[in-house]
Each structure stands twice: as C-alpha cells, then as structure tokens.
Design a protein around this ligand. Structure first.
Ligand code: G3H
Length: 537
C-alpha cells in the first residue's frame, strides 16, 4: 500500500555529503565586473524537501536579493557599455580569444560541480543522478559549442568572388541579450542560450528562474574572473520590478526566454522596438504518445513511464497525454499501472528514487484539482495510490478515460498526472494534435512501416520532432530543438544556437586594383578581426 505519511527525512538521517553546510545567504550579485553586496530586501528560499523535525514548516535554505528597478538598470547600462555598439572589448575580440575566456570559465565552473549538484537537489528536488547529468551535460554542451564555433569560423575564413564582387561573410553579434531560463533545468537550459549568445560576442544580462536561483551563486566569481567587465551581469527579483524596465528601455536586442507563453507575450509587448527585438523562446508543450494497435506493449509502457514521469513529469518534452488503441487498452493500462506502482518515492539523494518533491508552491493542490475536474467529468484514477500527496510529494496518477471536457485534456500539467485516451480511429489523436495550440513533439509506438510512414508524413507538418517507439526528448544536443505554434520561437542545438544569437554580416568590394590592394594590406598586416583569413587550428 502506498503511503506518503513519513516520506520526509529527519535532518539526522540525511547522509552527511548531501547536507547543506547551512543556508545560502546570498547578498552578492554581479554588475560591471564587480561582485556587489545587496542591502535591500531579500527573497527567502524554502526547499521542496521538508524535514520531519520541522514539519509542517518548509525547510529554509537561503535567500537572494530582491533587486529594484535602479539596480536592474545598472546591469543594463553595464551590458550596453560593454557592448559599446559592437566596439567593446568583448565583441571586438577574435573568436579564438573569446573561446579562451569560455575555456577559463569551464575550469572555474567544474570546481563548483558538487555544490551546484547539491543545490539542484535541495532547490528543485531533482534526483542526484539527474542533477549530476544536468551539470555534466551542460559542460559537454559548452565544449561542443566551442568546437561548433571553430567550424563556423573556419568556413567563414575564405573570400568568395561572384559577379566581380569580392565578399567575406561572417556572423556578428546582435548586442545585449537578456537570458532567462526555466526552473526545471535551471542550469542547463539557461546555459544553452547564455553560452552561445556570449561566445558570439553579445553581452549578457542573466536572470535566474524563480526556483533554482541559489545554485547559480557559486558561478558568480567564475563569470567575474573569466570575462571582461560588464560582459555578464546578473539580476534577481520580481519580473515586474527588474525585467519590465529592461524591456521598456528598448535596449535589449535579444530575449532568450524559456518558460510560459503568457510571460513571453508580456515581455515582448513591453519592448518599444519590436523589430529590433529578436526572440528565442522555449514555451509550453503537450506532447502526445500514440500507441498503435500492434505496438510492443512492454516497450511502450517502459518509454511512457520515463517519458511521462522523469523528473516527476516536469520537462517541457514530457509525454503529457497518451492515446491508446482500443484493441490493446486493457493490457496497456494493466501493465502501465503495475509499473507506476513500483516507482520509488523519496528524497533526491536516495538510491533508485523516481518520484521526488515538487518545487512549485501548491503544485500538489493544483494537480489534485486537475484530477478532481477530470473525475467530475467521468474519468477514474486507475492506479493504486494515484494522486495521494503529502505537501510537495505527489504519487503519480493515471487518469482514464480522458475526454475534451476535462482541463487535463488540453492544459499542460507539468507534473505527475498522466491522462490516457482510448481511441478507435487514428483520426482522433491526429485531430487532437491538429487542434492543439502546441506543436513540439510526438511519439508513435507501433510496428507497421506503412502506417508509421503515413503518420510521419502527417505529423511532420504538425510538430517538430516525431519519435518512433521512444519517448519525446530534447537530446542529443546536436539535433534541432524547436516547436511549432505556441511551443517555441527559434531553433536551438549546439550549432543552431550560434546562428540565432548572431546575424550574417559581410564585407563586399568591387574586384578592382585599388580594392584588391586595400584588402591585401588589411589581411597581410592583420589589421581587422572581421576581414581576415586566419584559420583556427
Ligand atoms: O524541459 C525541457 C527540456 O529541454 C527537456 O530536455 O528532453 O533532455 O529532458 P530533455
């Protein structure tokens, strides 16, 4: 029998190496190359991990500055000055020099691995294995970005001659980039925009997500030491106080934001120059799995478990609705329910744990409401213990049969509630996808190449990635990650990100003797960082 009554640990039962040495009292922030001390208001941070000896009070783990408008505008001034219309030290550096700074940053970042992994567990409840993976994947992403930039630069190191015009085409930065990542991948997803934006020569204002702030503290010094002043600046606080003034200034050139479309819309509207502002957005998704009549049920169940419940379903790529053909609905539900029952609920550092505390305030109550609504329209929770919760710990619920009257049918639950729809005709899941506001990915489970080919050809114009007999996911990071409709703007991957944070700029000259002489002199004496045939080795 599933019970969560004593799920939270006593302080003394937590292994020494996973304990925080004390609350992270962060008063520091980075502006213009200086680590400054905040003297104003602070935001207290509580862990989703409750402690038995403090229960029902949440466990305090630190605080961070609630900066005001003036201080936020100082971060903007620093970033604008460091860019200096593209004449600043950072945008003027050679690609090799910028790569050198990023390499310094990686060394400093790696020293903080243990601390950051620990804070990922305490701040957002991500389990140890996934927290370590998030850190290591981020370092790999940065290393791959360096290699990708080298290739991009090598390709641009040649001249082209066409119609008697000599040209050299390179990629140049936009200016000031505002980077805001999500709470579920506070390190990785923030850095998959921040690092490419930075390495292309832009300057950065970086605001950590609402949850997952303290884990960035160990990196402040690394940013300060690795980059020239003003190139990376941090702001903390309420969006309306610290972000609105940045957008309203009209001085933000690129908004890199991963979160809800509602917030993205507000931010975009605040900017007075809509054409100057470029946006790179990762937004909501409601990725469906379609289980065809001939699917391998065991394999489909196993992928649907990880697809719907890794990090408690708090992934934008999670499977958020499952359509199962009527011929196999019985055995599918039976096996799916049995597998969910085996999942281990516990604290992030516990060996083999699957379900961990949810960091969003009142998330369990929100999920319980979704279930209540579905039940009032005829659905049932079909797995033992489904939907029981204790504060932030919520046992996954499989809801069946779900229909379009229920909120869960369309709403992105971003948590461990799994709606299942039984279908007769493939038109039903296809209509669902066509009518959805979202279009990130879909998974198909089946065996018949003819039927699958037909589905691929239909779905490829509805979503951005179709996964065969596997869950939806972002990786590998060399693959494009994007979405249609309200799910995204712009495409990210190691190589695509370098493109979205830069614009093609070119030098062109008529092929005559005067111009040739000038170009030769510039190249021979290394007079320009842009007009050069240097080849990075
Ligand atoms: O939250 C959205 C993430 O980009 C998903 O990445 O599929 O690797 O978990 P993932």
């Amino acid at each position: 029998m599933i019970t969560l009554t004593s799920v939270f640990p006593d302080q003394n039962n937590i292994p020494e190496k996973f304990r925080l040495s004390g609350p992270v009292e962060q008063s520091e922030y980075l502006i213009n190359g200086e680590i400054r001390e905040w003297k104003g208001d602070f935001q207290d941070v509580y862990s989703p991990v409750y402690l038995e000896n403090e229960y029902p009070k949440p466990h305090y783990i630190g605080r961070y500055p609630l900066m005001d408008k003036d201080e936020s505008l100082k971060a903007l001034d620093a970033a604008v000055k460091a860019y200096d219309y593209g004449r600043g030290e950072w945008p003027s550096m050679t690609v090799e020099q910028r790569i050198g700074c990023i390499k310094d940053f990686i060394l400093l970042m790696e020293e903080q691995r243990n601390e950051i992994v620990k804070l990922l567990m305490w701040e957002i409840g991500k389990n140890l294995k996934d927290s370590e993976k998030e850190f290591d994947r981020t370092v790999d992403y940065i290393l791959d970005t360096i290699e990708s930039l080298k290739n991009l630069d090598r390709d641009s190191s040649r001249f082209k001659i066409d119609q008697n015009i000599i040209g050299q085409i390179r990629r140049a930065p936009f200016g000031v980039v505002l980077c805001m990542g999500p709470f579920n991948y506070p390190l990785n997803e923030t850095f998959t925009t921040l690092i490419p934006a930075l390495i292309m020569g832009n300057t950065i204002i970086f605001k950590p997500p609402k949850l997952g702030v303290l884990l960035h503290k160990p990196l402040l010094r690394a940013f300060k030491e690795a980059f020239p002043k003003g190139v990376v600046n941090t702001v903390y606080g309420e969006g309306q106080t610290v972000i609105a003034p940045l957008m309203e200034s009209g001085k933000i050139d690129v908004l890199a934001f991963i979160g809800s479309s509602k917030v993205a819309d507000i931010l975009k509207k605040q900017h007075p120059k809509p054409h100057r502002l470029k946006c790179v957005l990762g937004l909501e998704a409601k990725n469906p799995a379609i289980i065809l009549h001939d699917a391998d049920i065991d394999a489909a169940v196993s992928e649907c478990i990880t697809g719907a419940l890794s990090f408690n379903g708090q992934r934008c790529t999670a499977l958020k609705i499952i359509f199962v053909h009527e011929e196999i609905i019985g055995p599918f539900l039976e096996k799916f329910s049995a597998e969910v029952e085996k999942l281990k609920v516990g604290m992030p550092w516990e060996e083999g744990v699957n379900i961990t505390p949810l960091p969003e305030p009142n998330k369990s109550e929100y999920l319980a409401d979704l279930i209540k609504d579905a039940v009032s329209h005829g659905a049932k929770v079909i797995n033992p213990g489904g939907g029981i919760f204790n504060k932030s710990c919520f046992f996954p619920a499989i809801l069946f049969q779900v229909n379009d009257k229920m909120r869960i049918y369309r709403e992105e639950q971003f948590g461990p509630v799994i709606p299942v729809v039984c279908y007769k005709d493939i038109k039903e899941p296809l209509d669902y996808i066509i009518n959805s506001n979202y279009g990130q990915q879909a998974s198909i489970f089946g065996n018949d190449a003819d039927q699958i080919a037909e589905l691929i050809d239909t779905l490829v114009n509805q979503v951005s990635r179709i996964n065969l007999n596997s869950q939806c996911q972002r990786g590998p990071d060399s693959f494009p990650f994007t979405g249609r409709k309200d799910s995204a703007e712009g495409t990210l991957s190691v190589s695509d990100a370098l493109r979205v944070f830069s614009i093609r700029a070119l030098f062109a000259a008529k092929e005559n003797e005067v111009n040739k002489r000038i170009v030769r002199e510039i190249i021979k004496d290394d007079k320009s960082n842009f007009l050069t045939t240097d080849f990075i080795l």
